[in-house]
Design a protein around this ligand. Structure first.
Ligand code: PLP
Length: 371
């Protein structure tokens, strides 16, 4: 990996795996055929895309179809469209968790002007949804329940299988944003749609996908040449698809060793940051995410003082928007606690030494602040 600050922001994005880079290069340099062309160059590119599709789909529920597209954000926008046909049957309610990523939250809110009511369902102080409260909220007017697998800000894992059961019991669909769990956390087989993104699993930026159970047909949101079964027009990039496929294959092959490594990094971090408090559940979580707070510190100042560690204040996905973290607010944290929270994200290419050095640098800057 290139020299630079110690990178502890693996929820925002991950470095490209060297094996992924190697697989992509020939598709960028030598094999330039359009995968939608009928000649030999096109057929070669199309075949590579299908290999990649199988590799990526191998970590998703069985059956159904996987469509490649530009990002998970696009996948979520496309998947939400499945509610249109349900509205004709009198279902005009959409339920999302209050802790969903902006890609789900803002997409859901855009349906308000189409006549849907949007319910932002609360989460507990540990960041997990109460199934009893959710059961009471889903009714036979509900078209869609959207709940994420692993939260991008606090890492907690939602009981997605049970949520899908509750949705199905009332005839609603269940869309799951699995972006932060795909390739690392088991994905239940009973969800109806899943959105994924390559750049969170050591793959390239610019490619995501939507997995859709058979029988669910969201209308296209991009029109044109009819690629991806007529649902997502636009020429696919064989390089991006092949890179996504290789990244997924690596996640599968390295699942146990990656998990053990992430656990070791998390254990080290938790002892190095023992004076901090963890935001969200301490056990129902993906260990590659540590969102912690220390009373009395100013994270804005901390981030400008600490130049040698790349980490995040709250969600990097929302950074630049100026919006305070709605996830930390949904946990019931006070504004001052939210402002004193940081997110550390560990990945495959971090070492124990990275965590050790980063904790020393951050804790030293904190002691200066608190002195
Ligand atoms: N959902 C979650 C949970 C994320 O962390 C992200 C990343 O920013 C997204 C959706 C959006 O993914 P993409 O960058 O592929 O649009």
């Amino acid at each position: 990996m290139a020299k630079g600050p110690i990178y502890l922001d693996n929820q925002a994005t991950t470095p490209l795996a060297p094996e992924v880079f190697d697989v992509m290069v020939p598709w960028l340099r030598d094999n330039f055929g359009n995968p939608h062309s009928a000649h030999i160059l096109g057929r070669k590119a199309a075949a590579a895309i299908e290999v990649a599709r199988d590799q990526v789909a191998g970590l998703l529920p069985t059956g159904g179809k996987l469509l490649f597209m530009g990002s998970a954000t696009e996948a979520i926008n496309l998947g939400f469209g499945a509610v249109h046909s349900l509205k004709d049957m009198g279902r005009n309610k959409i339920i999302i968790l209050d802790s969903e990523h902006a890609a789900v939250r803002d997409t859901a809110l855009s349906y308000e002007k189409l006549g849907f009511t949007i319910h932002k369902h609360p989460i507990g102080r540990d960041g997990i949804v109460s199934l009893d409260r959710l059961r009471a909220s889903i009714d036979d007017k509900t078209a869609l329940v959207a709940a994420m697998l692993v939260n991008n800000e606090i890492g907690v894992i939602q009981p997605v299988e049970a949520i899908a059961e509750l949705a199905h019991a009332k005839g609603a669909l269940m869309l799951c944003d699995v972006v932060q769990g795909y390739g690392r956390v088991a994905i239940p087989d009973n969800i109806d749609m899943a959105a994924i993104s390559a750049h969170k699993i050591y793959g390239p930026k610019g490619i995501g996908g939507l997995w859709i159970r058979d029988g669910i047909d969201p209308p296209p949101i991009i029109h044109g040449g009819g690629q991806e079964q007529g649902i997502r027009s636009g020429t696919l990039s064989p390089a991006l698809c092949a890179g996504f496929g290789q990244a997924a294959a690596l996640c599968r092959d390295r699942r146990d060793s990656d998990a053990a490594h992430i656990q070791a990094l998390s254990d080290r971090a938790q002892s190095s940051f023992a004076d901090w408090t963890i935001n969200g559940s301490t056990d129902q979580r993906y260990m590659g995410n540590l969102n912690i707070r220390r009373d009395g510190i100013d994270v804005g100042r901390l981030m400008s003082d600490v130049r040698d560690v790349a980490f995040s204040a709250g969600s990097a996905c929302a950074s630049g928007s100026g919006r305070p973290s709605h996830v930390l607010a949904a946990l019931g944290l006070e504004p001052a606690q939210i402002k004193s929270s940081i997110r550390l994200g560990f990945g495959r290419y971090n070492s124990l030494d990275d965590v050790e050095r980063a904790s020393q640098i951050i804790n030293k800057a904190v002691e200066v602040q608190l002195a």
